[in-house]
Design a protein around this ligand. Structure first.
Ligand SMILES: [Zn+2]
Length: 421
């Protein structure tokens, strides 16, 4: 496994749904660099987001390149074809150097018995008491457990191999970073499962740079983590230990690291992540997207006038069409309908009221997490406004950009990498 493109230690995924905030986002990376921490920007956009907004993958590269040039950014930067599959990857290939291979659909499908048997025979080292540096109690894995895990994950690993080799044949291995994502599944993967998955990925000769498991707990869109923090810390810690172990054992890339999807706004996890990473000298990729679109809306609301009027209009539409908008996201949002203000109430709000209800400051008395989640999934409504929305973004560029940068820098990058909040 050589000649692959290597990812930097810390990388931060940013979605820019309407392709107007790349500069403001990059500014957050410049600010954290001034704090002495190099965090590489990765602009990510999935097929799903492109189809909702009606954009092309080339637009992400163009916006990123313009921002890099305008701000004279000399560090690394990447463009992530997020959550692609064999059927969807082709249109991204010329415009991305980072590919998130989504194998979640294959996880539910059982691998054929002969393939499972082959894997189990090939991997006697996965059985018995497995001592992993950093984990106190050795994993106890029986032969039957390996078989069960192989049945569950082998097709996913093969699937990732197929997508990887397809991209490799078009681009060359040296020109792209591969991430394997399993986050959009029903059940979290345990650290022993991660070990089996990494062994299977090594068998497939996928030089993955990042892996995105599904973690325990709820990663709701645009709001804080909901779950057992102590359990998350144990799992995150053990995942890091497993990755460090698997890199040596299976010859995976030294740069392989965890990727945290739906990573925006998980304020209670950032101190944990910051505390645990140094124990393994581990890198991190964290993916955010919709949090930036919400800052656009906050900026427009703060601007008042037509900006505030449009923000209220979008809310009114979202409130009326909550079932359509929230339905597809049922597993990643928790909206309490009784907590949502009526459209007529919101119509009377000031800039300050609207911005404070939406901005993710959990201690602010006006903050409303249900309203925030509803607006998070309502970017399609803004997309339908077309030029009117984009014109307002341009007219209010400064106030919007300030919100975008402050959100990523103060509420995300600093707590993750610097601390002392
Ligand atoms: Zn994901």
């Amino acid at each position: 496994m050589n000649h692959y493109k290597v990812i930097e230690k810390y990388s931060f995924g940013m979605g820019d749904r309407f392709a107007h905030q790349a500069k403001a986002q990059l500014q957050a990376c410049q600010l954290i660099a001034r704090d002495g921490i190099d965090v590489v920007p990765v602009w990510n956009k999935s097929q799903r987001e492109h189809s909702f907004v009606g954009s092309e993958p080339s637009s992400v590269l163009e916006a990123a390149r313009n921002a890099v040039q305008a701000l004279h950014w000399t560090g690394g930067w990447h463009v992530d074809a997020d959550h692609i599959r064999l059927e969807t990857v082709d249109r991204f290939i010329p415009h991305s150097d980072f590919f998130t291979l989504d194998v979640a659909d294959s996880i539910g499908q059982a691998a054929p018995p002969e393939i499972v048997a082959e894997f189990v025979d090939r991997h006697p080292e996965l059985m018995g008491a497995i001592t992993i540096p950093g984990i106190g109690t050795p994993f106890q894995i029986e032969r039957a457990d390996v078989g069960r895990m192989a049945r569950k994950f082998l097709l996913a690993a093969q699937d990732a191999g197929k997508i990887y080799r397809h991209i490799e044949s078009q681009k060359g291995a040296a020109n792209f970073i591969a991430e394997v994502s399993m986050d959009e599944t029903d059940r979290p993967q345990t650290p022993p499962e991660l070990l089996v998955i990494l062994a299977a990925m090594a068998d497939e000769r996928i030089p993955a740079q990042t892996i995105a498991p599904k973690f325990t707990g709820r990663f709701n869109k645009g709001v804080d983590y909901v779950g057992d923090l102590a359990q998350f810390e144990r799992e995150f810690h053990d995942d890091l230990a497993v990755i460090a172990f698997a890199i040596e054992r299976y010859g995976l890339p030294q740069t392989l690291k965890l990727s945290v999807h739906s990573g925006s706004d998980k304020f209670s996890l950032y101190p944990i992540i910051r505390r645990v990473l140094p124990k393994f000298d581990a890198g991190l990729h964290i993916k955010t997207a919709g949090t930036t679109w919400l800052e656009e809306l906050i900026g427009l609301a703060e601007a008042g006038g037509d900006g505030l009027a449009l923000a209220k209009e979008i809310y009114a539409y979202a409130f009326e069409h909550i079932d359509d908008l929230a339905g597809p996201y049922a597993t990643v949002i928790d909206i309490q309908r009784t907590k949502l203000p009526s459209s007529s109430e919101v119509a009377n709000w000031s800039s300050e009221q609207f911005a404070s209800a939406l901005r993710h400051d959990p201690n602010h008395p006006l903050f409303n997490s249900s309203l925030r989640q509803l607006l998070h999934v309502s970017f399609k409504v803004a997309a339908r406004k077309g030029e009117h929305y984009l014109d307002l973004l341009k007219a209010n560029e400064e106030i919007v950009a300030r919100n975008v940068t402050t959100n990523l820098y103060q509420r995300h990058l600093r707590p993750l990498f610097v601390g002392g909040e």
